[in-house]
Write a protein that binds this ligand. Structure first.
Ligand code: HEC
Ligand code: HEC
Length: 229
């Protein structure tokens, strides 16, 4: 039964994890869910694991949605979750007591590029890759849902690229639209940019219904400081 396998291997992993003195900091604080999803796919974790969010259907290893659904119901915190997954990747049970194939070691699943000959999948920083994948799996396994949509960008440059590029030249953002003024030449103040983005003028649309106040402030700040550079 997968449930039993899960709890025993998790315990073993935690013990090794603690005895190994790895600490917890790097795993839980720094991982990036987006990078982790890409790594999960690139490292071919899905060849052996089913994980709905990643769209994978491997059956050699445990179904990660099933394995973690119960832990989620039982209230395992996301921090613990992340640590457990990281420990599983780092210290997998390579040889199971039943003789069925276990999970390959971390130098096989996530080899560092220094360790391998060119042409095969590898990562530059194994610790980082482990925490990214762990944060990702912990966030999505057993949720039965896709992750929330990417939040709207809050940095001025991304907002500019997404909403303003087609009409304005701004070298710093590498845009070349010619419908509106060349902002490198007109060098608008932050106040003018805020006003235009909020209310629009002539051909320029108002963004007050599509961008929130913080986003308008961010893009205006960005335009006024980046123009002419
Ligand atoms: C060649 C097949 C294979 C590959 C590739 C593989 N795994 Fe596994 N994985 C397994 C097997 C088999 C187990 C069960 C080992 C055990 O606990 O007995 C396992 C266990 C796990 C567990 C613990 C699940 C549980 O129920 O205890 C996690 C988490 C996990 N793998 C994540 C990953 C991630 C992330 C990757 C990619 C970096 C990966 N695996 C790549 C075969 C694989
Ligand atoms: C559909 C094209 C279009 C889009 C999209 C657009 N603009 Fe404009 N923008 C214009 C036009 C046209 C003007 C000139 C309006 C006028 O003065 O009549 C203008 C004027 C401006 C001005 C004032 C420049 C000056 O010196 O007078 C700023 C600043 C500005 N836009 C910033 C932005 C930002 C930031 C965005 C994205 C949030 C954006 N624009 C999106 C067409 C556009």
């Amino acid at each position: 039964m997968r449930g039993a396998a899960f709890s025993s291997s998790v315990c073993a992993a935690i013990v090794i994890f603690v005895l190994g003195g790895c600490g917890t900091g790097g795993y839980t604080d720094e991982g990036s869910q987006g990078a982790g999803k890409q790594l999960f796919l690139d490292a071919n974790c899905g060849a052996c694991h089913t994980l709905a969010d990643a769209g994978t259907r491997g059956i050699i290893g445990p179904n990660l949605d099933d394995a973690f659904a119960q832990a989620r119901v039982d209230g395992m915190t996301s921090e613990t979750f992340t640590q457990v997954v990281a420990a599983q990747i780092r210290f997998p049970i390579e040889e199971t007591s039943t003789g069925t194939p276990g999970m390959p070691g971390v130098h096989e699943t996530l080899p560092e590029c220094e360790e391998v000959e060119g042409g095969v999948f590898c990562v530059r920083d194994q610790d980082r890759a482990v925490s990214d994948i762990a944060v990702y799996v912990a966030a999505v396994a057993g949720t039965g849902t896709a992750p929330p949509e990417q939040p709207a960008p809050t940095d001025g440059k991304s907002i500019f690229t997404a909403n303003c590029a087609q009409c304005h030249v701004l070298a710093a953002a590498d845009t070349s639209g010619t419908i509106g003024p060349n902002l490198d030449q007109s060098k608008p103040s932050k106040a003018l940019a805020t006003e235009r983005v909020t209310n629009g003028q002539g051909v320029m649309p108002s963004f007050k219904n599509s961008l929130d106040a913080a986003q308008i402030e961010a893009v205006a700040e960005y335009v006024s400081s980046a123009a002419g550079r």
